[in-house]
Design a protein around this ligand. Structure first.
Ligand code: GDP
Length: 440
């Protein structure tokens, strides 16, 4: 037959090895994957710390840092060099120099990490929300230097913590930074730990999910290497990297039906429909049949890459590339959800969510963001105001929701999109984030 007469459905199905993926995963010595966001007040030292971490883990070399340092010297800000490792688009950065390095991924012996947003960018809050919607955990950076901690608490520290918690992030590692500036005072560290753990539990983080590490991001103490400063000898707990490595993909998510949010769709040699994204729940293997929502079209897994390496299977928490067969590219878009055809994610054009308000909410037009999916919609009803921590109803049918309060709201969308309980969504209006929270 002529090639043009061949239908997609005529191709042979990809072969399955019928693996028990969960037991393969459990016995594999594969690195686990974990993704996190870095939050905290401006100037707390987020970029410097991540830059230093990448340097010590040899993701970037000293030569690159020296080059950045020279460049930083020309504008009289040597200390910016480390921050620039991460923040390639910084505005302060003089023009004309581009150093092409992948700065948002790094590996330790046990884990492949993805930093979900590079801190320091202008449009930070929307980036952070998008990052938090996929994060396994967060790193909160606190500036321990005199006065800075106190002004940070009044500033973005609390706002960011509340935001990431309302996006469903439950584990938080607090890096108490710049301890070099307070001569590694244990008293200062303890004082900050007590205050921060107080407000984090009031924000809804459980004590067992909060860790504190005293660090100096600039000098690299307690990031990868333990501090050699005698004044820091009182701290014998885990380093920041050891804390990062403690993140475990949760077993419940592995056993759930497959859900993967598509972050990119492109054409490759292997397949005209190649998708990349993170597996949010469940598992898959070569040969599996999949369902793409909202198009409702079936596809098959021809081959899989996990963290850029060929693999037979993949599980929740991993970043994957799938080469698909038996599907036309018009049926797959960025923001779609790939799921188990036996237990597909439903489509809906109305949902109820528990939302943390950043601005006044009332019946109004909103853009709904879920990962990379954007859909136009409208707040249709506000059934209740809720207690921030317990979630109990404090008032029924309020006319308006005030900023920094939590409410149950009903949103109607202009089109059907794949939706289910537990998804983290963000509502924006006029380019501003007005609310974030979880679908009920
Ligand atoms: P960000 O806004 O949170 O990303 O903060 P930056 O990484 O840009 O750091 C802000 C300033 O704090 C810069 O001048 C850094 O050099 C400085 N800084 C960051 N970490 C440390 C630290 O551990 N010790 C000291 N002494 N200064 C630091």
């Amino acid at each position: 037959a002529e090639v043009k007469d061949l239908k997609i459905s005529d191709a042979p199905l990809p072969k399955s090895r019928n693996l028990d993926v969960i037991s393969e995963f459990q016995k594999s010595k594969n690195k686990k994957s974990a993704s996190f966001v870095v939050v905290g007040h401006v100037d707390a030292g987020k970029s410097t710390m991540m830059g230093r971490l990448l340097l010590e883990l040899k993701v970037v070399d000293q030569r690159t840092v020296d080059k950045l340092r020279k460049e930083a010297e020309t504008i009289g800000k040597t200390s910016f060099a480390l921050a620039w490792v991460l923040d390639q688009r910084s505005e302060e950065r003089s023009r004309g120099v581009t150093i092409d390095i992948a700065t948002n991924r790094f590996e330790t012996d046990t884990t492949a990490f993805t930093i979900l947003d590079a801190p320091g960018h202008r449009d930070f809050i929307p980036n952070m929300i998008a990052g938090a919607s996929q994060a396994d955990f967060a790193v909160l950076v606190i500036d321990a230097s005199i006065g800075a901690f106190e002004s940070g608490l009044k500033g973005q520290t609390k706002e960011h913590s509340l935001l990431i918690r309302s996006m469903g992030v439950s584990r938080i590692i607090v890096a108490v930074n710049k301890l070099d500036m307070v001569a590694w005072s244990q008293e200062r560290f303890d004082e900050i730990r007590d205050q921060v753990s107080g407000f984090l539990s009031a924000t809804g983080f459980q004590q067992k999910s909060i860790s504190f590490v005293p660090v100096s991001g600039l000098h690299g103490d307690n990031l990868v290497q333990r501090s050699t400063d005698p004044a820091a000898s009182w701290y014998t707990g885990p380093t920041l990297v050891e804390e990062l490595e403690k993140s475990e993909p949760n077993a419940r998510a592995l056993a759930k039906p497959l859900r993967m949010t598509v972050s990119e769709v492109y054409r490759t040699m292997q397949s005209p429909v190649t998708v990349s994204g993170r597996i949010d729940a469940g598992s898959l293997q070569t040969g599996d049949a999949l369902l793409v929502q909202p198009s409702g079209e079936k596809a098959y897994v021809k081959s899989v890459l996990v963290d850029e390496a060929p693999a037979d299977w993949a599980v929740a928490g991993q970043n994957v590339v799938l080469h698909l067969s038996h599907i036309d590219p018009i049926h797959v878009k960025v923001g779609d959800i790939i799921c188990d055809p036996a237990k597909p994610i439903p489509r809906a054009d109305i949902f109820t969510m528990k939302a943390l308000a950043f601005d006044f909410l009332m019946p109004m037009q909103v853009d709904v963001h879920r990962g990379r999916l954007h859909a136009a919609g409208r707040i249709e009803a506000i059934p209740a105001l809720l207690d921030k921590v317990s979630g109990a109803v404090t008032k029924k049918k309020p006319k308006i929701v005030k900023p920094a309060t939590v409410a149950r709201i009903v949103v109607r969308l202009e089109a059907q999109v794949p939706l289910e309980a537990g998804q983290r969504v963000v509502l924006r209006s006029g380019g501003q984030t007005v609310a974030a929270g979880l679908l009920e």
